[in-house]
Write a protein that binds this ligand. Structure first.
Ligand SMILES: Nc1ncnc2c1ncn2[C@@H]1O[C@H](COP(=O)(O)OP(=O)(O)OP(=O)(O)O)[C@@H](O)[C@H]1O
Ligand SMILES: [Mg+2]
Length: 354
């Protein structure tokens, strides 16, 4: 059952339209990630959900109740902001318990809830410290604790990890996801980081210019990107694109570009003569003794267990992810094999998946 529903939601700032006719269902107990580049409207959508921003058009429901006119306080939502917004003059204990104190909860009850949240978040030893005496990750957990004790039915996160270094970010995304698996609170989480979205989400909602480009599970977006934009956004290193046309050879469709030519599956829906963009993920290409593409190694980037091979086939630049044991000195000629089942074809005009 959807917990939060956006029905034809629109947001204008004066004459500027930011979000247009957006439909989205956020499932109960799921971890839903709003993903997109800067300025696509993620924060605006989150703030409308929280009631911190008015809704220009359409209807927002939470638990089947219309929320458009409901005060933020009465929406049963807890929000964690990018800058954490901790009170600098309050200890960790006071920061976490503040909303309960405001709600006139008894001292004993407040202490119990604060201690429980601190235990879950590994903050027990830090309860008497002040925010300035904490690391970024610890501050982040205090902000989460403050949201947790309110026992709200919805958590909203706006880029909570963007101030942390790469290692701490990886650690915190695991912690947040594990916490979610324990609490099962409906969560709407904003990020521009596709790795964060892929690793944490039950459902990814990829936004572009105030609209949803595609929504689905991380695997859906990775395996069946609906548009060239989605294919390009999801995956690292980024997918390779090759512009070409479809030709028919003895009744079999063939992809043909200036530098590359190879047969497609017989049931491929592309039409002969159609201008297409072919997407090949770097990990779906393989260096082989005899392959589909002849190329030259421009550079091998070591990433650890693997390497990113930058190749040139004629004028076409290609990246292949290979095991680090594959010998690939600069200037060497190599053959690249394509995993035909994993080719993504897009119409060159509409950029929609074929
Ligand atoms: N108060 C405002 N008045 C006018 N335009 C605004 C206002 N607030 C936001 N916008 C515009 O709305 C668009 C969406 O902004 P929003 O903050 O939702 O983007 P975002 O996806 O969260 O981006 P980021 O990743 O940079 O945080 C932007 O183009 C922004 O300039
Ligand atoms: Mg934002």
């Amino acid at each position: 059952m959807p917990h939060i529903e956006f029905n034809k939601i629109t947001k204008d700032y004066g004459a500027v339209n930011v979000i247009r006719d957006l439909d989205l269902a956020v499932e109960d107990g799921h971890f839903t990630v709003l993903l997109g580049t800067s300025g696509c409207g993620k924060t605006t959508l989150l703030r409308m959900t929280a009631g911190l921003e008015t809704i220009t058009g359409g209807e927002l429901t939470i638990g089947n109740q219309r929320m458009n006119e409901v005060h933020p306080r009465d929406r049963d939502i807890a929000m964690v902001f990018q800058n954490y917004a901790l009170y600098p003059t309050m200890s960790v204990r006071e920061n976490i318990g503040f909303s309960l104190e405001v709600a006139k909860m008894s001292k004993g009850e407040t202490a119990k809830k604060v201690n429980e949240a601190a235990a879950v978040l590994n903050l027990t030893d830090f309860l008497d410290r002040y925010p300035r005496e904490l690391s970024g990750g610890q501050r982040q957990r205090v902000a989460m604790g403050r949201a947790m004790v309110r026992e709200a039915s919805v958590f909203l996160f706006d880029e909570p990890l963007s101030n942390l270094d790469a290692k701490l970010r990886a650690h915190m995304r695991l912690e947040i996801r594990q916490l979610h698996d324990r609490l099962k609170t409906t969560t709407l989480y904003v990020t521009h980081d596709q790795i964060e979205a892929m690793t944490m989400a039950d459902k990814i909602v990829l936004m572009k210019d105030g609209k949803i480009e595609q929504s689905g599970s991380p695997d859906d977006l990775y395996d069946r990107p609906a548009t060239k934009y989605v294919a390009d956004f999801i995956g690292s290193p980024a997918i390779n694109f090759i512009h070409g046309t479809i030709e028919a050879e003895n009744g079999t469709p063939v992809f043909a570009s200036v530098d590359i030519r190879y047969p497609l599956a017989p049931d491929c829906a592309a039409q002969p003569g159609q201008a297409v963009i072919c997407g090949l993920r770097p990990s779906d290409l393989e260096i082989a003794v005899t392959g589909d593409i002849s190329a030259t190694v421009m550079l091998a980037e070591k990433t650890g267990a693997e390497q990113n091979l930058h190749l040139k086939a004629g004028e076409q630049h290609l990246i292949v992810v290979a095991d680090r044991a594959v010998p690939a000195p600069t200037g060497q000629s190599v053959d690249v094999r394509i995993n035909t089942d994993r080719i993504h074809l897009f119409d060159a005009m509409t950029e929609q998946r074929i």
